[in-house]
Design a protein around this ligand. Structure first.
Ligand code: ADP
Ligand code: MG
Length: 590
């Protein structure tokens, strides 16, 4: 074995840097946090080649003295705490004194700074682990940190990075969150000298949201405000505005962005049944909490949070969210409709009943608990050999049903000699619509329907980047787009296979899916299928809608034609059956 040696500081810093500086966005984050900690009210971020060539962050904060500038790039040099006790009363974003040395270890770093009261400033350059002599310089008051040639000396790390556009996407995402968390700071993000994001910094959260998400989203956001033990203020989308991912959840606790499955779950609970499944609201919410009531430092990126009294927070949060739904128009009527009288004529087309062996016993009530789909086994949705063999019989499941009526405006009740069926009308419609879109797509995947009047699509800067990044894939799906300047596009043609559907929504969903997927070479099949599900879901018959006899007849006929009529595209059951045997057992007749 070789002799044991203490690592030289440059190597030690490079290893430590791996934890702090994972990719360009980590550098941007650390530098911007330093500017915020320095009390800046204007922060300008300039990036080249997604951050690999240059990341520059300039601020109008308090500035640094020369001796601070020489100290700061050393490991564990920080002005924010002196001992472990200070950790408990921390008000700054950084405190570990690791960012600057770590960035210096993997880039060519320069810090230029001037204290407000000084006439001149100083510049310090760090190269290959050596801090050069400070040079006097004229500069605006505040600090400019420049990190050039990121990862030039760690090629292994560089290899893991995605394209410049992807890295820029991460950075603009992060700055977007900074804008939303600090409406009182004017941020500006530039890439290759082109403006990507710009916020006014006048303290108005609505204007900050406008800067990040644009007018289309901001117009549909509703204010929430709750003042109790906790202060909860922000904006949440009304149910008409939803997104296909949770990407638009922005929770800030005492000014810090947090990822919180708990807060997400509460938000989703409030929206449950008000928006379609697999759709998510947009939320920008600031929580002001007593620091004693949570722990935030459980994760190195300081993104995760643990609440000490979640039930209390939950009740306040739910109350705050209630504001959005109070207006009558937003409230979805409760389930009050009684069992509709079975006026419907039975739909009978055949006399042969399906082989009971296949479907019987496959789904039965498990316990005395309320009848709820998850509690029952459902018909198999997979196309097993056996099921395929029984195609002929399957074809008659629906035609042999005798419709008894509609239940609670949501379910269709039907019977056959085998037992009773409960069909979820929404899931059934989703299945039918999905089959139709899929068939059309397989026949003409890239066919376009030209629009007489082009649609105007206004995107967020992130979405615009994602769209430009994936323009070929999007064109292959049948969309014809024209760049109209900035983040606005003209939609001149839409996919023929989605005829009758909302293609603008589809386009947005696709852009987001592509943008949120890190694998870049997203399999088109997967993408298309997933989005077809979402689209199918969107325009499907919602629960709580009265169906006419003809509507029900149509649904059943279409289900009969489907290759997979027993589950909706999301895998939820379309129908459940209570077998005659089960009924007999319950009445203790067998
Ligand atoms: P930390 O933020 O954890 O203290 P850093 O390595 O990020 O550690 O920064 C070290 C020190 O450098 C900070 O404590 C602060 O005193 C100083 N500093 C860094 N960036 C700035 C800035 N933009 N303006 C003023 N001071 C700064
Ligand atoms: Mg810091």
């Amino acid at each position: 074995m070789r002799e044991i040696k203490v690592l030289d500081p440059q190597t030690a810093n490079q290893i430590a840097a791996g934890e702090v500086v994972e990719r360009p966005v980590s550098v941007v984050k650390e530098l911007v946090e330093n500017s915020i900690d320095a009390g800046a009210t204007r922060i300008k971020i300039s990036i080249r080649e997604g951050g690999l060539k240059l990341i520059q962050v300039g601020d109008n904060g308090c500035g640094m003295t020369v001796s601070d500038m020489l100290m700061a790039p050393k490991r564990h040099a920080t002005s924010k705490i002196e001992n472990a006790e200070d950790l408990n009363s921390l008000h700054t974003l950084g405190f570990r004194g690791e960012a600057l040395p770590s960035i210096a270890a993997v880039s060519k770093l320069s810090v230029t700074s001037r204290l407000g009261e000084s006439a001149v400033g100083w510049q310090v350059v760090i190269e290959n682990g050596t801090i050069n002599e400070p040079v006097e310089t004229g500069c605006p008051s505040g600090t400019i940190v420049r990190a050039e040639s990121l990862f030039y000396n760690t090629p292994a790390r560089k290899k893991f990075l995605k394209s410049a556009a992807t890295e820029l996407g991460h950075a603009s995402d992060m700055i977007g969150r900074m804008i939303l968390s600090h409406p009182d700071i004017a941020f500006e993000l530039e890439h290759e000298e082109k403006n990507i994001l710009k916020s006014p910094g006048n303290g108005d959260l609505a204007q900050a949201i406008f800067a990040v998400y644009g007018g289309d989203i901001t117009r549909k956001m509703k204010k929430i405000s709750y003042h109790g033990e906790e202060k909860i203020i922000g904006f949440v989308s009304s149910p008409e505005l939803t997104r296909s991912t949770r990407h638009y959840y922005n929770f800030f606790v005492n000014g810090r962005f947090v990822r919180s499955p708990e807060l997400a779950a509460i938000l989703e609970e409030a929206f449950y049944t008000r928006i379609p499944a697999k759709r998510y609201p947009v939320a920008v919410i600031h929580f002001t909490l007593d620091p004693e009531t949570f722990d935030v430092n459980v994760h190195p990126a300081k993104l995760e949070i643990k609440f000490r009294n979640l039930p209390a927070l939950k009740s306040s949060f739910i109350q705050a969210l209630d504001d959005i739904f109070r207006r009558p128009a937003d409230v979805i009527p409760g389930v009050t409709l009684p069992f509709t009288a079975p006026k419907t004529q039975p739909i009978q087309r055949g006399k042969d009943y399906p082989d009971q062996e296949i479907y019987q016993e496959k789904f039965q009530l498990v316990s005395e608990e309320p009848v709820y789909p998850q509690k029952m086994e459902v018909l198999p949705s997979r196309e097993s050999e056996q099921v395929r063999k029984q195609e002929a019989e399957k074809q008659q499941v629906f035609s042999n049903m005798k419709v008894l009526g509609q239940l609670e405006g949501t379910y269709i009740l039907a019977s056959s000699p085998e037992g009773i069926y409960i069909i979820d009308q929404h899931a059934a419609h989703e299945r039918i619509r999905f089959d139709k879109i899929k068939k059309a797509f397989c026949a003409q995947p890239s066919e376009t329907e030209y629009l007489a009047v082009p649609g105007v699509i206004e995107l967020t800067p992130q979405q615009a980047l994602w769209l430009i990044n994936n323009i070929v894939t999007i064109k292959d799906l049948g969309f014809i787009l024209e760049h109209f300047g900035e983040n606005t596009f003209l939609l001149r043609g839409v996919p023929r296979w989605n005829s009758g559907g909302n293609s603008e929504e589809l386009l947005l969903a696709i852009v987001e899916k592509l943008g949120n997927d890190d694998s870049e070479q997203l399999q088109m099949d997967r993408l298309v299928e997933e989005e077809l599900f979402t689209m199918a879901c969107k325009s499907a018959v919602k629960a709580n809608r009265h169906l006419t006899e003809a509507d029900i007849g149509y649904l059943l006929t279409q289900l009969e034609l489907s290759n997979n009529p027993y589950s909706c595209p999301h895998g939820r059951p379309v129908l459940i059956k209570i077998t005659r045997k089960e009924i007999e057992k319950r009445f203790m007749r067998s």
